[in-house]
Design a protein around this ligand. Structure first.
Ligand code: AGP
Length: 593
């Protein structure tokens, strides 16, 4: 799960590549490296930590002709200089950067060891470099050597390769990991996504699986695995991709939470115009034809799917929700006419891409709800619903979660032409704005009280339970506090054993169907000494509740009050002095399985 970028012929190439790594650090940020080529020499710089650590090691001059760079999220081998990319082959004939995971690398490594090769680091990527070096001995044609290696690889890879005896050419190849080429005037660029490229050229080409490209200063030639040249197909990318700006905010997460209201309003304007819903009619027909909706997603998107499934059940459709990495191993297609809906902010989540292959092989139609136009899932699914939430930079997803739920609410209301949703969402927007202007201080207070706790529990039932799961994930992700979300009714089946004097329990009481049972649960945890913080809506509130919000229609809980939990997680992380936007061990797009 890494970001790679390469370039040839571009002025100030060092800065272009380092800028590219910063654009790609959502894919990983535990170490970074760069190989810069000039005067027939490959200069290698690598550092553990963020890209700024790498920058400290770089020379001042910036007159390089060609280069490749990498930001890493460790899969094989700890973050260390020897495991940083670019990696060199055994005899330093081949240098490459790699994004992906080679599943059979141990097998390949042991066979290379038997042939007399050895390795400096622990990565699967070094095995790929040495394998290409090995085949280069038998095959003068470098593309042939690369395809020979590709045939031996099981897993996913996007590679940018430099051959030590050809310092005028970049080679690139991919399978199941994204790779974009940018054709410039007298230069060419390559990267894991369009962001590092689009500021220099809008002539973008997406490499397909099992394709290779030969990239020189003035040319790009693409080949299939038989080494037949294939024509270049240019693709369009949204200029919004460029908007990576803090706009005066101290962190992207805070900025993105504060954008939630405008994201919801924009979605309303996009999918409801002049009194009518505007979703793709063919897609609506496909949904109406289906007798079972299968949601597949990961993390926060999985939590949004839980809400979405309730919406579908509410309009009379069977719906089930699966974690992508589970469904991938035990795929099921309930119903006679199932339809798959994948939720993915990034559109690049590897677990989902894996699932999509199975969905397609089984001739089941698919919809992706995504924030990323042109992403792998957006291109691969039959239909897409774009969230138009603007770039989400913070690793902790906030506005995209609310956008996913809002889009699914609009979609399911479309099925019944139920226009009241517009009023309901408008009410939510007022509440979001109220929280931003009037409740933030109260949330800060709660964050300050709980920042040093070891565990924090969230409780809810119904829609409040779905949202508790997301609130809990958000907190643990960026504060490193252990947290669990418990369905109120499940407390007495085990988790209540964890409650003791001073255990913090945050309870949502906004679902009128389940509110009175929740009040019972509150008494249960209070009786065991818990410090309880109740977040309720006016008509369900009781004296002593910590935060009380205006009433709204219960099905929009995740839209109306999600910002309370997001601000809470944000302030806890901030008060603990942690890296809010880039929590440890995580990455924005999880591009490995
Ligand atoms: C969200 O805060 C997380 N960083 C993570 O759970 C994320 O939602 C998950 O990896 C799925 O990503 P996707 O929506 O891009 O597919």
């Amino acid at each position: 799960m890494c970001g790679i970028v390469g370039g040839i012929g571009k002025e100030h190439l060092k800065d272009v590549l380092i800028g590219g790594l910063k654009d790609l650090d959502y894919r990983g940020y535990d170490s970074a490296g760069i190989a810069l080529v000039n005067e027939s020499k490959i200069n290698l710089y690598r550092a553990v930590g963020t890209i700024s650590h790498l920058e400290e090691k770089l020379p001042q001059e910036d007159d390089y002709f060609m280069g490749i760079a990498h930001t890493r999220w460790a899969t094989h081998g700890v973050p260390s200089v020897k495991n940083c990319h670019p990696v060199a082959s055994y005899n330093k004939k081949v240098y490459l950067v790699h994004n992906g995971v080679i599943e059979n690398y141990l097998e390949l490594k042991s066979s290379l060891l038997k042939s007399g090769y050895s390795f400096r680091g622990d990565t699967d990527s070094e095995v790929v470099a040495t394998l290409i070096e090995k085949y280069s001995k038998s095959y003068k044609n470098r593309l042939k050597a690369i395809t020979k290696a590709m045939n031996a690889l099981v897993g996913s890879f996007a590679l940018i390769i430099i051959f030590e005896d050809d310092l005028n050419t970049l080679y690139t190849a991919k399978r199941s990991s994204p790779m974009i080429l940018g054709e410039g005037d007298g230069f060419n660029l390559i990267a894991s996504d369009a962001v590092p490229i689009i500021k220099y050229t809008d002539k973008l080409i997406e490499l397909n699986d099992d394709q290779l490209a030969v990239v020189k200063k003035d040319s790009i030639n693409i080949y299939d695995m038989d080494l037949d040249e294939v024509s270049k197909i240019y693709t369009h990318k949204d200029p919004e991709l460029l908007q990576k700006d803090l706009n005066g905010y101290p962190h992207f997460m805070l900025k993105e939470i504060e954008e939630i209201e405008s994201v919801v309003r924009k979605l309303m304007l996009t999918y409801y115009q002049e009194g009518s819903f505007t979703f793709d009619e063919e897609m609506i027909k496909a949904i109406k034809r289906a007798d079972h909706i299968i949601f597949i997603a990961c993390g926060t998107s999985y939590h949004a799917s839980l809400v979405g499934a309730r919406y579908f059940r509410h309009v009379g459709k069977e719906a089930s929700v699966y974690i992508a990495s589970e469904w991938a191993f035990y795929p099921v297609f309930p119903g006679r006419r199932p339809l798959v809906i994948m939720l993915s902010q990034s559109g690049e989540t590897a677990d989902l891409i894996h699932c999509l292959k199975t969905v397609t092989e089984n001739d089941v139609r698919s919809i992706v709800v995504t924030n990323t136009k042109g992403s792998t899932l957006e291109r691969g699914c039959d239909f897409s619903i774009l969230l138009n939430a603007g770039l989400e930079v913070s690793v902790a997803s906030t506005k995209a979660y609310v956008a996913q739920v809002t889009a699914l609410a609009l979609l399911t209301n479309t099925l019944q032409n139920r226009r009241k949703i517009v009023k309901d969402l408008d009410k939510c927007c007022q509440i979001i704005s109220y929280i931003r202007n009037n409740v933030k201080e109260r949330i800060e207070e709660m964050a300050n009280e709980l920042k040093d706790k070891k565990d924090v529990f969230f409780l809810g039932r119904g829609y409040d339970y779905d949202f508790s799961l997301e609130a809990s994930l958000k907190l643990k992700e960026i504060s490193y506090i252990h947290s669990e979300a418990i369905a109120g009714g499940e407390l007495k089946h085990g988790p209540i054993a964890l409650i003791e004097k001073g255990t913090p329990v945050i309870v949502f009481v906004t679902d009128d169907v389940t509110a009175s049972s929740m009040r019972g649960n509150i008494q249960e945890v209070k009786a065991r000494g818990a410090d309880v913080y109740v977040i309720s809506t006016k008509s369900l509130s009781q004296e002593g509740d910590f935060i009380v919000i205006e009433d709204y229609d219960r099905y929009l809980s995740s839209v109306a009050i999600s910002s309370i939990a997001f601000y809470f997680a944000y302030y806890v992380s901030l008060f603990k002095g942690l890296n809010v936007d880039k929590p440890r061990n995580l990455a924005k797009a999880v591009t490995v399985e």
